[in-house]
Structure formats: C-alpha cells, structure tokens
Design a protein around this ligand. Structure first.
Ligand code: FPP
Length: 229
C-alpha cells in the first residue's frame, strides 16, 4: 500500500493525511476482494523498516491502526472476514497489540476471506526467525537437518498453512518487493500500478484482477505444458 506520503504532499498536506485517506482504500479493497470470493488478502501495513520513520509519523500510524481496527470490526463481521496478522507483533505498542488481538478473536469464527495484516513485518526478519526456530529444534533433537524440506521452511514462516499469493499488487509505481513475502512470492504474478494507495479503489482492483486473468502461469514449465496441465 504505497504512495500515501506522496499523495498527501501533492495536496500540500502532512504525510499522515495520506495514511488517513489510505483507510478508505483498505476498506474498499477488502470488501471488493471478499465480494469476489477471494480467499486471502494480505496487506503490508507496516514494515520493520518503517520503525525508522520520524517518531511522530510512527505514533500517528499506530494510533490510526488502533482506531481503524476498532472501527472496522463491523465491516469485517458484515463481510464474514476473518482478521489475522503476521509480523513481530510483540514489538507493537501494547494498545495496538491488544486492539488487534481483540479483533482477531471477535472475527475468529468468520468463514469467509482471511484478511492478513502484515505489521512490523519483513521477510528477512521472518526467514531469520524460521531458521533460528528450525536450528533450535535440531539442537533439541526434535528434527535432523537431513529432514529439512521446503515444507519444513513453509511450516516455520508466519504464513504457515496459507497458500502462496497468486497476485501481488504494488501501488505508486515502485518496482520493488521491499522485503515482502520473499519466499512466498516465488511464483506470484506482479502487478505494479502508478496509482497512489489513497486513490486505489474497486475499479483499480478489478483492473489488476483482469490483468492477472490474462497471465499464463507457467511455474517454470513450457507454455504448452502449462496449458495442458
Ligand atoms: C506506505 O506509503 C504506507 C504505509 C507505510 C502505511 C499504510 C497504512 C495505512 C494505509 C493505514 C491503515 C491500514 C490498515 C491496514 C488499517 P508511504 O508512506 O511509504 O508513501 P510514500 O512512498 O509516498 O512516502
């Protein structure tokens, strides 16, 4: 969800103004995906690197998260969406962590789309933690190093049990992955739009999905193999 700061600056406003307007795009995207029957939507809301931003912006973002999560529980319930979170959640301010846990609990029986917030998340942090956890199990004799497979690694990531993303949408035209789901995105289709996040809406979501539907997903096979599979 990139481009909030630039969107605000273009209007002569503070960066935080863009984050506030980004909430509408979050709601519209989540509702739009849920209506279409999409199973999983992961939103990269705050990276581990984002902690290095000015304290005033970090504080405002954390406050916005608390307010938005609290205010949007009804939207989640109305759309049968289950809220989940990935990242170093213990590093979040206590108020934010508590609000998140409450929303996760309230929506836990919803059977529709899973909305996963990536908060204080980075893929290198996640992979480092997975390696440490696997090494710990080896040191305790719970598994041997010969037994490590791709599935072992999948099972130690924050996204254990979730399917790999089929499509990654990045707004604001930046041609980067920015430490997001590096393992999981191995064969994900990328869609990069110049639209800034606060301007992202259902129409832009549909454009991305229509573009995705035209892709030939080959997973390393030949085009012929992929179409006859
Ligand atoms: C990136 O834009 C955006 C963020 C770091 C924050 C995203 C947060 C929200 C949209 C608020 C609410 C979210 C949820 C899930 C409740 P940027 O600030 O890096 O923009 P720039 O590249 O133009 O500076």
């Amino acid at each position: 969800m990139d481009g909030n700061g630039r969107w605000a600056r273009a209007q002569g406003e503070q960066r935080v103004f863009g984050h506030h307007h980004g909430v509408r795009a979050v709601r519209e995207t989540a509702e739009g995906c849920a209506e279409l029957g999409i199973g999983y939507l992961t939103l990269y809301a705050f990276s581990t690197e984002n902690w290095n931003r000015p304290k005033s912006e970090v504080d405002a973002l954390m406050e916005l998260l608390v307010q938005t999560i609290g205010a949007e529980i009804k939207t989640l319930m109305d759309n049968n969406i289950q809220l989940l979170a990935i990242g170093d959640l213990d590093s979040l301010p206590a108020k934010c962590h508590a609000q998140l846990n409450e929303a996760i609990k309230i929506t836990s029986l919803n059977s529709g789309m899973k909305l996963i917030l990536a908060l204080s998340y980075s893929s290198r942090w996640e992979i480092t933690k997975a390696v440490r956890d696997i090494a710990h199990k080896i040191s305790e004799g719970k598994i041997s190093y010969e037994e490590i497979t791709e599935e072992t690694i999948h099972n130690h990531l924050c996204t254990a049990g979730f399917p790999d993303p089929e499509l990654m949408i990045r707004t604001s035209g930046e041609m980067r992955i920015s430490n997001f789901l590096l393992w999981q995105l191995a064969y994900t289709e990328l869609y990069i739009t110049p639209v800034l996040w606060p301007d992202f809406n259902r129409e832009e979501l549909y454009k991305a999905l229509i573009d995705f539907q035209k892709r030939e997903r080959r997973f390393g096979m030949t085009g012929e193999q992929a179409t006859t599979k």
